[in-house]
Design a protein around this ligand. Structure first.
Ligand SMILES: Cc1cc2nc3c(=O)[nH]c(=O)nc-3n(C[C@H](O)[C@H](O)[C@H](O)COP(=O)(O)OP(=O)(O)OC[C@H]3O[C@@H](n4cnc5c(N)ncnc54)[C@H](O)[C@@H]3O)c2cc1C
Length: 376
């Protein structure tokens, strides 16, 4: 595709479109931004309002950290760390507060993270329980403890705005409150049907629809002999708790309790310390969920917080409701068949990679090969 001249471009008419990006969560916003920055003519379509709270991307904060046990993901976090700085420079906004992160709990997990970080050359520290408690009085520690500085807190709502603004300034058209009702695969092109009666035919669709991927694109991929892995959509319910401590007392943290499970937490300035059990919520239909909290899980979260997060008031949770699009392996799913690219399966850990995911999807949509780990 030829590159348009640099600078502000006019909104593409549907006859000139190179790509329709479906989904205005962080992944769709990042894909639209990366494509538009390459001079591609892009239309982004989102069924809900800009900044809506019905999917996986809403809320003011997310954790960015390099603490994975798997080298593939550590490598991607290293790419992402640089990509966040580049996105901040391009947008002129602070998007990442570099607070550092601490992991603790099951020794075998912490030791595997240490091993993966060591192999990747990521600096980290091991602390004993007394050292950790003295450094972070808001947390109670168990098992092994590891901290690393190349981690922090993403200003997530602001990131989506930055990506959408950059996409628009590079000429992308953004449409909110418009739902894609169907896709017709013609071989080299796809017709995208919108619920306002408009149909757009394009050589490339990027379906960055997270929890909606099975219903929107499952059949189209099946028609091409490729099956999406089973995506299990769950409704998760972390909560903010009022902090007793100053803001700079809070690192991003992940706890692998000795008796099982995963817990994450971080400060959201002005809202409290967000704490959540990772990926334990009930399976839901993303279009028909009532956001009712599971009372027993609220109690379990409060009991957890009372024991392991002494720097907050465990009696006053402000609940959050959001979706995870869980793949069977927790690996992302990003691949292309003909004119159709899909992005799903972010399994509750995709935000930290957002600017890199945008680049990977732009590569795929313009003829690149998938990351082998994320291919169908
Ligand atoms: C509570 C919570 C905490 C998290 N914490 C972290 C964290 O600390 N660190 C981290 O890295 N990750 C974290 N994650 C995961 C991360 O936020 C997600 O992986 C990421 O936001 C996924 O973005 P997405 O764009 O794929 O999905 P979504 O934000 O759900 O976007 C998909 C979009 O597609 C739209 N759409 C669907 N169907 C259609 C249609 N037919 N027509 C038009 N539009 C359509 C939807 O409306 C939606 O806006 C967390 C997730 C949750 C829920």
């Amino acid at each position: 595709m030829p590159h348009a001249p640099a600078g502000r471009r006019s909104t593409p008419s549907t006859s000139q479109l190179d790509h329709v990006v479906i989904g205005g969560g962080v992944v769709g916003a990042a894909a639209a931004r990366s494509l538009a920055a390459r001079g591609e003519q892009v239309l982004l379509v989102e069924q809900h309002d800009r900044g809506h709270e019905h999917g996986s991307s809403h809320g003011a904060t997310r954790i960015s950290r390099m603490g994975y046990t798997e080298p593939d993901y550590v490598t991607l976090t290293q790419r992402a760390w640089d990509a966040w700085a580049a996105l901040e420079a391009a947008s002129g906004r602070t998007l990442l507060d570099r607070t550092g992160a601490v992991d603790h709990g099951r020794p075998e997990v912490i030791d595997a993270i240490a091993h993966a970080l060591e192999r990747a050359g990521v600096p980290f520290e091991r602390l004993d329980l007394d050292e950790a408690a003295a450094r972070w009085p808001g947390l109670a520690f168990e098992g092994h403890v590891l901290a690393h500085g190349t981690a922090g807190r993403i200003r997530s709502a602001e990131t989506i705005e930055a990506l959408l603004d950059l996409a628009a300034s590079d000429g992308a058209a953004l449409r909110f409150g418009v739902r894609v009702t169907g896709l017709d695969d013609h071989g080299d092109t796809v017709t995208v049907h919108l619920d306002d009666g408009i149909a757009v035919t394009t050589p490339s669709v990027v379906a960055a629809v997270g929890s909606w991927a099975p219903t929107l694109v499952g059949e189209v991929f099946a028609g091409r002999g490729a099956s999406l892995p089973a995506i299990r959509v769950t409704q998760e319910q972390p909560a903010h708790f009022p902090s007793h401590l100053p803001d700079d007392a809070w690192p991003s943290f992940v706890h692998y309790p000795l008796d099982g499970g995963d817990v994450y937490g971080l400060l959201t300035p002005g809202e409290g310390v967000k704490v959540g059990f990772h990926g334990i919520g009930p399976v839901v239909d993303p279009d028909a969920r009532d956001r009712t909290p599971v009372a027993a899980e609220v109690e379990r979260l409060q009991a957890y917080v009372a024991r392991f997060v002494p720097g907050v008031d465990a009696t006053a949770p402000a609940l959050i409701s959001c979706l995870y699009d869980n793949s069977p392996s927790d690996d992302f799913v990003m691949d292309r068949r003909g004119p159709l690219t899909v992005a799903t399966g972010f399994s509750g850990h995709g935000f930290k990679f957002a600017p890199v995911l945008g680049e990977m999807l732009a590569d795929l949509a313009t003829g690149g090969v998938p990351h082998p780990r994320f291919a169908l």
